[in-house]
Design a protein around this ligand. Sequence first.
Ligand code: NAX
Length: 327
Amino acid sequence: MKTPVTITVTGAAGQIAYSLLFRIASGSMLGCDQPVNLRLLEIEPAMKALNGVVMELQDCAFPLVNDIVATCDPDEAFKDANWCILVGSVPRKAGMERKDLLSINGKLFIGQGKSIAANAAKDVRVFVVGNPCNTNALIAMKNAAGVPNDRFFAMTRLDENRAKSQLADKAGVHVSRVTNMAIWGNHSATQYPDWTNAKIDGKPVTDLISDMDWLKGEFITTVQQRGAAIIAARGLSSAASAANAAVDTVRSLSFPTPEGDWHSVAVCSDGSYGIEAGIICSFPIRTKEDGSWEIVQGLPIDAFSREKIDATVNELLEEKAAVSDIL
Ligand code: NAX
């Protein structure tokens, strides 16, 4: 029997967690032979609902769940955590400026960063889902003294999965035939889903999709606006697909990436592709045999891609400037 991995999930009574926790507990994320300790963090008013979630987890009798702690104390929740999946975040309300949202969530991620540094396991990895996820991850990273920068991630895998699905649909092929889909930049409406380096059956997407206007226009805006389209259709934001993307991300960071492919996740930029070092930016990433990761180097960036990447990176720089007082 393997040693259990301790996984902290914040926002554990929320709608993403309601899908995510059951996928983690079933073994979808770290494998069917990997026991887990679940540490569930919520704010005090949501503790009653969280206890209901715990009851449901118990009622699944998952063989891989070693133990469960539900708490509103971050220090207890992050104790010995190997993975911190930060889903909890204050949603944007009507009339709230982006700057207000950044500053409200900024305070939350300062506290969680400090608590992770003080309590988590030495090998902790921190993966932010709660929006604005790139900048929230930057704030947590800057406040988690002693935790190396390469342990911080923010989620753009949902965007990657959405992009693959759109390309597959347009080309009339199964989604599994689409690979090498990089999302660059911010998890926001400025993100760039890079079809120029994506492949279908190992070949350029333009071999199967000749509609360049669609690739340069509707494809990109559909992926960028997909979250809003889900809200318009469902009356609620994406939850099951977001949880699925979180599972995909942690799995992709935990196991070596298949030869020749990559996956998208926002990491601390090292200056690759001329993107300012130190911001949390989505890149094409490969996970190595030893469990470390690297930014895929040497991809051709044409003038079209450069403009799109610069636009989303500029937004990240603006977000960084808006929270500079707490970094
Ligand atoms: P919900 O509002 O259903 O759940 C959020 C939960 O977080 C609530 O239960 C709330 O009580 C809790 N919470 C708030 N502050 C907390 C704190 N300080 N500590 C612990 N828990 C806290 O939102 P949900 O639909 O689950 O979405 C969660 C976050 O994911 C949102 O910020 C959302 O914007 C973001 N998303 C990010 C995506 C991505 O691709 N990166 C896609 C999906 C989603 O939009």
